[in-house]
Design a protein. Structure first.
Length: 94
């Protein structure tokens, strides 16, 4: 079954793993296999706190609720993609 990108990263777990792939140890602790929305939002927030350290400019960053609330607006999706695109640009091997 095809999984939507936004659904795949909604728990924040993959985002935290991505940050650690780019800069090993940048995120010391995050919740693996989160079981509820509070923990998922916490993971996203942890990733977003690491993003500026990875070089992502503030104007390219999304907010945790943009991703978790079931983004439907094109502007919200664009913000998430801009953040991920910037990380990919800065860390092409990740």
């Amino acid at each position: 079954m095809r999984q939507d990108l936004f659904e795949a990263i909604k728990s924040g777990e993959l985002l935290c793993e991505l940050a650690n792939k780019c800069e090993p140890g940048i995120i010391k602790k995050f919740n693996r296999d989160p079981q509820n929305s509070i923990v998922e939002i916490e993971n996203i927030t942890i990733f977003l706190a690491s993003a500026p350290k990875l070089g992502v400019e503030p104007d390219l960053m999304f907010e945790s609720n943009d991703l978790w609330d079931g983004i439907t607006l094109a502007t919200e999706r664009a913000k998430v993609l801009a953040t991920l695109a910037r990380v990919a640009e800065l860390y092409p091997a990740a």
